[in-house]
Design a protein around this ligand. Structure first.
Ligand code: NDP
Length: 346
């Protein structure tokens, strides 16, 4: 069967495409330019006509996906801006919301063969900033970011603008679904990952142009000192994470598991502090050959330290029950990510 993947050149999406191709699916990827299409064609050339790339220049335009959805059996909608330099929150909110509603509208009108739509939302639409340790589940919604962005507009923290874009996009997806579910032969699944880390296979020429989450890992784990990051920050700062390849597997399983239909599913491996990744990097044997020596921080000062405080926890029971992914560990993801840097001469 054939799967449409939107934003196929992105960090996560390109691993989703790879995972689907390896499982034998045919994939149609949407990208914003012919140049981006070409990169995918080259990367996946071994799969012949099992993959095709189509250009959808502007996902905010009405009917943008009308052609792309024709003849596919399922859709993975991942395209959405993830950057932290928007001045006007609408720079993120408009493409996030219109892209999401747009693909659902196109599916409603032209997706007669579609059986499931999977949307890549985020834990950004689940969590709220909390003063004490808290566990979040799929019933939680991030209303906090919406209030902050409504109140502060352009002067809201940039992370809040991004969270608002994801929360509003996901809300609009469920709203659309609830309005139209009786008219369609497909159902909706939403995946909510926390920070996504791991090696990259999309088109990245320099470390500085990595996507937001992979760039953060690069700065914190490989180059904290030159980025002005203190040891204390490395030991105390973190959240929850998932390896990009495990998330790609979750996207495939979200299509395959009947029980995923109609569900919002958190896909998280667990907790981290930056120091935990740095410790894993320093434990590698043989050590990675990077362009600069690895930082050490304060070994053991992260999660192994009994005094470490984690505020955010996710209840991952639903994901375990429905998707059943075996997640990579901090050690595995660190090893593979640094091997990727080594191969790139970073
Ligand atoms: P990338 O920036 O690598 O990929 C984003 C993709 O969306 C690219 O294909 C990009 O196209 C496309 N896109 C961005 N803005 C627009 C726009 N205005 N119009 C059309 N297409 C657009 O990010 P990720 O792979 O990290 O993110 C993919 C999805 O996963 C997003 O929905 C993100 O919110 C979500 N997510 C990511 C997490 C992470 O830690 N990385 C965590 C949780 C969720 P182009 O390359 O042309 O700009």
């Amino acid at each position: 069967s054939k799967v449409l993947v939107t934003g196929a050149n992105g960090y996560i999406a390109i691993w989703v495409v790879k995972n689907l191709l390896e499982k034998g699916y045919a994939v149609r990827g949407t990208v914003r330019s012919e140049e981006k299409a070409q990169y995918l064609r080259t990367l996946f050339s071994a799969y012949g006509d099992k993959h095709e790339e189509v250009v959808v220049e502007d996902i905010t335009k009405e009917g943008a996906f009308d052609e792309a959805v024709k003849g596919v059996d399922a859709i993975e909608h991942t395209a959405s801006p993830f950057h932290l330099n928007a001045d006007d929150p609408d720079e993120l909110i408009i493409p996030a919301v219109r892209g999401t509603v747009g693909i659902l509208q196109s599916t409603l009108k032209h997706g007669s063969s579609v059986k499931r739509v999977v949307i890549t939302s985020s834990c950004a639409s689940v969590l709220t900033d909390v003063p004490t340790a808290s566990t979040f589940t799929e019933v939680n919604w991030n209303e906090q970011c919406l209030e902050i962005v409504k109140e502060k507009g352009r002067s809201a923290p940039n992370m809040m603008k991004y969270r608002a874009s994801k929360t509003l996009a996901e809300k609009s997806a469920w709203e659309f679904w609830n309005q139209h579910k009786s008219e369609v032969a497909w159902d909706l699944t939403v995946l909510n990952p926390p920070f996504v880390f791991g090696p990259v296979i999309h088109d990245v020429k320099t470390a500085e142009t990595l996507n937001t989450s992979a760039l953060t890992w690069y700065k914190m784990v490989a180059h904290p000192t030159s980025n002005g990051v203190t040891n204390e920050f490395l030991a105390t700062n973190g959240s929850c994470w998932v390896d990009v390849r495990d998330l790609a597997e979750a996207h495939s399983r979200a299509l395959e598991k009947a029980a995923a239909g109609g569900e919002r599913i958190i896909v998280s491996t667990g907790l981290w502090k930056w120091q935990d990744f740095i410790d894993a990097a320093n434990e590698l044997n043989p050590p990675p050959r990077l362009s600069q020596p690895l930082p050490r921080g304060v070994p053991g000062a992260g999660t192994p330290n009994p005094a470490t405080v984690h505020l955010l926890y996710y209840d991952t029971a639903k994901g375990e029950r429905i998707l059943g992914i075996k997640h990579r560990t901090i050690a595995e993801t660190t090893k593979d990510t640094l091997a990727d840097y080594e191969a790139r001469g970073w």
